[in-house]
Design a binder for this molecule. Structure first.
Ligand code: AMP
Length: 289
């Protein structure tokens, strides 16, 4: 009880870059881990946070639903939010700082600079959501500059995002270690996501087809199917067997370059995005042939 109260008392909060920078300055000489999120925290986020807590002296978590990464007809307005619940989770985990910037402090009227990673942003989610990664990379670099972490933690749930951030960190010579954290699933296989909150009971049932289609594909590969067009067809059939599902993409590709493969050959990424009702869900797995 005493420990819990002590932990609750020590989480600092910053709502502007200036406030956060003051705290970052006070951490000088210690190791700072940073976990950027859009909030509505679940066990997937908490696994990144636990990794940071066990790796670094201080852990900073940001909650910011970044408007510039959403397209005009996307779900910015209905993105799940519950700050009070998130704060409770962060405090009881022992997080040092919650950075929850107001939108105008990140994007003041005079804001003009964007960061763009080429090529790997043309595939998968980048293809169907133009502007997504320009928005992600720009906000992530801004957050890195404000928090100034030595370690950052990203989930393999968003495989392409991780690849894009690693590329940006390498290309811009940032002294930051990017840690990959495995995808966390619900007991029935559904990839954990804040967006699952917007699924009806029926839609959630249909959403299980994503992880099940990936499991079926893994099995087919183990049994000797190598041709990716054949595998894609069976994934498509498995998912569209559920009415009301709309496939955005199914990709079977190199896990680093994200270039499509004709055959499963060595370490391979299977990634997919499917729209169910108003929610767009993603899932992925790695296969070794
Ligand atoms: P988000 O709040 O969805 O932007 O996610 C923030 C971070 O949590 C990103 O690095 C995500 O990849 C990671 N994340 C989200 N869901 C999961 C999950 N189910 N398993 C592991 N990491 C996740």
């Amino acid at each position: 009880m005493v420990t819990e109260l002590k932990q609750q008392a020590i989480m600092q909060r910053a709502s502007s870059p200036d406030e956060m920078k003051k705290i970052s300055n006070s951490f000088h000489g210690t190791s700072v881990g940073f976990v950027p999120t859009m909030g509505y925290l679940h066990k997937g986020h908490m696994s990144l946070i636990k990794k940071s807590l066990s790796t670094c002296n201080h852990t900073v978590v940001s909650i910011f639903v970044n408007p510039i990464q959403f397209g005009p007809n996307e779900d910015l307005d209905i993105y799940p939010r519950d700050l009070e619940r998130d704060i409770e989770k962060l405090e009881s985990a022992g997080v040092d700082v919650l950075f929850q910037p107001q939108r105008e402090t990140i994007y003041p009227k005079e804001f003009k600079t964007y960061v763009q990673v080429d090529e790997i942003t043309d595939q998968l989610c980048g293809k169907s959501r133009p502007g997504l990664f320009k928005g992600v990379v720009t906000v992530v670099l801004k957050l890195f500059n404000i928090v100034r972490p030595q370690h950052v933690f990203f989930g393999e749930k968003d495989w392409q995002q991780l690849a894009v951030i690693e590329t940006m960190v390498r290309d811009l010579n940032l002294d930051i270690a990017v840690h990959r954290v495995p995808l966390i699933r619900e007991p029935d296989g559904l990839a954990m996501s804040s967006r699952n909150r917007n699924l009806s009971v029926e839609e959630r049932q249909k959403a299980l087809s994503l992880s099940r289609a990936l499991e079926d594909a893994k099995k087919k590969i183990r049994q000797g199917t190598k041709a990716t067009n054949q595998l894609k067809l069976s994934i498509k059939d498995r998912i569209t067997a559920e009415s009301g599902t709309q496939i955005d993409y199914i990709s079977i590709c190199d896990p680093v370059s994200l270039q499509e493969r004709e055959e499963v050959n060595g370490r391979t990424l299977i990634a997919l995005a499917v729209k169910i009702g108003s929610s767009r869900l993603i899932d992925n797995c790695i296969v070794e042939d």
